[in-house]
Design a protein around this ligand. Structure first.
Ligand SMILES: Cc1cc2nc3c(=O)[nH]c(=O)nc-3n(C[C@H](O)[C@H](O)[C@H](O)COP(=O)(O)OP(=O)(O)OC[C@H]3O[C@@H](n4cnc5c(N)ncnc54)[C@H](O)[C@@H]3O)c2cc1C
Length: 305
């Protein structure tokens, strides 16, 4: 039987080398998402490659035209950075709404952007999943939430993804082909089972946020004000003539829509709700979450337009 291994990488290139010789691996940063998935046997990889000691992934740089946040920076560190808070108050609001202070001490930016999609039929113990007949995202053959055989609608729950996409953030990705910078929204596939479109060895190295004049609204729907994942996250930015709506927690990927300012609020709400593939995979009903999309968009646009 293959032994479990825990490897600590000191550079991105070393981590990628380690991944080549240990194909059954997962990267680990703060471990706050990955270790729960391991205990629940939703992640069964034999080797963990630790990215938390990579120095090049711990920098925070504030430049004239952009801010660069390396992906092993913890949510707490970012939360406490006064310069970043004054530049992007909505980012600070989003971070404060994530998990709890203790979890934010370990959780990293990269881990948050790449945490696994969630569904009430999936994020359960192995015993619970088996008792309901297993779902598509684990060992089963149908999606219990929708009854379908083809698609998994486990929802994307990263609150940072929503607010950072509203700020037009880019990410630098390092993999076997080198390093490239892409729009953050491009890393999400829209498939609940394999929610990220990056190759297995890819490392999210940095997030780049352009400094631009924009007003941003952030709001989240959840059952408790702490420790609870999102049932709907809404980030809206207004810049020049553009309104960008980003919705999280209501589709396997962040739902992103851009409008001109002359489009009516009603049209924005109809188009935004239609683009979200909400199924009954959350404690709130599908209908209620759909309705709240309109409520949040109305509140947001009233505040920042
Ligand atoms: C109780 C609880 C409540 C929570 N509530 C919220 C919430 O309200 N909103 C929210 O947004 N999140 C919430 N979270 C999720 C939390 O934000 C994530 O667990 C955390 O951000 C993950 O970061 P991490 O560094 O611990 O990632 P890890 O657990 O180490 O990794 C998560 C995933 O990302 C991969 N990974 C990590 N870093 C990199 C990298 N740099 N490059 C490539 N792959 C990488 C890992 O392989 C793994 O698949 C909650 C978590 C808990 C436990």
């Amino acid at each position: 039987m293959m032994e479990n291994k825990y490897l600590i990488a000191k550079s991105c290139s070393q981590a990628i080398e380690m991944s080549k010789s240990n194909p059954d691996f997962s990267y680990i940063s703060g471990g706050t998402d990955l270790m729960i998935n391991k205990y629940q046997k939703n992640n069964i990889s034999k080797t963990l490659i630790d990215l938390s000691e990579i120095t090049e992934m711990k920098n925070l740089q504030i430049k004239e035209d952009k801010v660069i946040i390396a992906c092993a920076v913890s949510l707490s560190e970012l939360e406490k950075n006064k310069k970043i808070n004054s530049l992007f108050p909505s980012l600070n609001k989003a971070i404060k709404s994530i998990a709890s202070p203790l979890i934010r001490n370990s959780a990293t930016i990269g881990g948050n952007l790449l945490c696994d999609n969630r569904c009430m039929y999936y994020n359960q113990s192995e015993w619970w999943r088996e008792a309901v007949g297993n779902c598509l995202k684990c060992e089963g053959d149908i999606c219990i939430a929708s009854g379908g055989k083809r698609n998994c609608f486990a929802k994307m729950v990263s609150d940072l993804a929503a607010v950072l996409i509203s700020l037009n953030a880019l990410v630098s990705v390092v993999n076997n082909d080198g390093e490239k910078i892409i729009p953050l929204e491009d890393i999400y596939s829209g498939d609940g089972i394999y929610p990220h479109s990056l190759s297995a060895e890819s490392i999210l190295k940095e997030v780049v946020i352009p400094k631009r004049d924009s007003k941003v609204f952030f709001k989240k729907l959840r059952e408790r004000k702490t420790l609870e994942f999102t049932s709907l996250t809404c980030a809206i930015s207004v810049r020049d003539n553009n309104i960008r709506i980003v919705l999280g927690g209501v589709d396997p990927k962040p739902v992103v829509l851009d409008f001109d300012k002359d489009v009516t609020i009603e049209e924005i709400i109809v188009k935004s709700s239609k683009k979200c593939r909400i199924v009954k995979n959350d404690l709130y009903s599908r209908k209620y979450r759909k309705k709240m999309i309109g409520v949040f968009i109305k509140q947001g646009l009233k505040k920042i337009l």
